[in-house]
Design a protein around this ligand. Structure first.
Ligand SMILES: *[C@@H]1O[C@H](CO)[C@@H](O)[C@H](O)[C@H]1NC(C)=O
Length: 218
């Protein structure tokens, strides 16, 4: 419909272009081509640049350390209503830095053991240290129970759980870490590790929890 309203002059120029106008048209089309070419080159450079930045980011991006619970033992749970006060609670967590080039600086690693959201033992586990790339560091805990005392309601609960064959605990590790990427160090991150597990009536970690991966929060 719109073509019906086109002025006749335009149709004429199209079918019989004036020589000067034709030269102008050629020049215009060359300019358009040049602009398109420039655009494609720019686009290509941008794409390649983006890809390089993406690959660099992928290879330099720090991976958070991974924690696996190897063992946990609270032998006092086997004694009826003995509680955990002054009794040993020991565990072993593997801390894996899977980065190929990035080391991790740790502040003091602090551990806490919870039974039904009550702290039953806590204390420092490791002094500040540097973990090299591709390294596994053992976090050994040898804590002494701070609660509950023998005869407490909570101690009775632990015992009845033990009789049922399953005492649920939660181990938390806390630290502040910093990634080391070549010459520069990243900012500090507060690290929270949480291992949920249960021990059997003998106080030893149930097999299903062995080598379980712990949750991690920053
Ligand atoms: C991990 O690093 C620590 C500290 O540098 C070192 O003592 C330990 O042997 C390393 N472990 C492995 C498996 O390389």
């Amino acid at each position: 419909m719109s073509s019906a309203f086109q002025p006749p002059l335009q149709t004429q120029t199209r079918s019989h272009p004036h020589p000067r106008r034709s030269r102008l048209l050629v020049r215009e089309s060359l300019m358009t081509r040049f602009a398109m070419c420039l655009c494609s080159v720019l686009l290509f450079v941008l794409l390649v640049g983006g890809l390089i930045v993406f690959i660099l980011w992928l290879s330099l991006r720090p991976h958070r350390p991974r924690f696996y619970l190897s063992s946990f033992s609270a032998p006092a749970v086997a004694q009826p209503s003995a509680g955990l006060l002054n009794s040993p609670i020991s565990f072993n967590v593997r801390d894996r830095n899977s980065n190929r080039k990035i080391g991790i600086y740790y502040d003091v690693v602090y551990g806490s053991v919870y039974y039904r959201d009550q702290v039953v033992a806590s204390g420092p586990l490791l002094n500040p240290f540097f973990q090299p790339p591709k390294n596994t560091t053992l976090v050994l805990g040898d804590l002494t129970g701070t609660a509950p005392a023998a005869g407490d309601a909570l101690a009775a609960r632990i015992s009845s759980d033990a009789v049922a064959g399953r005492v649920q605990f939660r181990l938390e590790l806390k630290s502040v870490i910093r990634f080391q990427v070549k010459a520069w160090d990243t900012r500090h991150h507060t690290l929270h590790v949480e291992c949920d597990m249960a021990v059997g009536s003998d106080g030893d970690l149930l097999a299903s929890y062995r080598n379980e991966r712990c949750s991690i929060y920053f």
